[in-house]
Design a protein around this ligand. Structure first.
Ligand code: HEM
Length: 161
């Protein structure tokens, strides 16, 4: 079973990984919570991204950010914790899976996109709060939508490869 770099074998043989494999409900519960996290992250991010793409221009971007983005982060937190638990349980198999690095790359790209948006277009939000977002904000919204939908697709494809 255990093959791959030393840290990976150690992770897969850890007490937590053994428990994730042997406890009847641990893995199924982790998968359900993973999906709840994904739904929160992708649902809240998509609602905000559609505003960045120019829809519902009467809605304040700042108010939407305050309402939606904390829940998107909470969803990401749930997905990251449960994803790591599921990864640990079968680390050497996921390590061999060609879709897994693509999925992790997309998650990193999603994070970089948020960072660039926060330090770029969002700094001038007061000027376009209830109007048409500037091109940089629209690009951030489009990249975010594409990245999270592609991550969902990769997550589902993991089981098939
Ligand atoms: C951040 C770290 C993450 C890790 C380490 C991770 C890891 C995993 C693993 C190991 C699985 C396979 C579960 C299985 O089929 O047995 C999985 C499934 C999945 N992941 Fe993630 N994931 C992470 C984040 C995300 C994010 C951010 C999304 C979506 C935006 C996502 C979407 C999915 C989906 C849709 C599935 C399929 C669930 C199913 O078929 O029941 N994951 N993830």
């Amino acid at each position: 079973m255990s093959h791959g770099p030393e840290w990976l074998v150690a992770l897969e043989r850890s007490a937590l990984a053994v428990w994730m494999r042997q406890a009847l409900w641990a893995y199924p519960v982790a998968e359900v919570v993973h999906l709840v996290g994904v739904a929160l992250l992708v649902g809240c991010a998509a609602a905000f991204d559609l505003r960045l793409l120019g829809l519902s221009g009467h809605l304040s971007v700042q108010h939407l950010a305050v309402h939606l983005l904390p829940w998107a982060w909470r969803g990401f937190g749930l997905a990251a914790v449960t994803g790591t638990l599921m990864f640990a349980a079968h680390a050497s198999d996921w390590w061999q899976n060609p879709v897994f690095p693509v999925k992790m790359g997309l998650v990193a790209l999603g994070g970089v996109n948020v960072w660039v948006f926060r330090r770029g277009a969002y700094r001038s939000v007061a000027r376009w709060d209830r109007g048409a977002p500037p091109p940089a904000a629209r690009v951030a919204g489009a990249v975010s939508l594409a990245v999270w939908l592609a991550t969902v697709a990769c997550g589902r494809l993991l089981a098939y490869l």
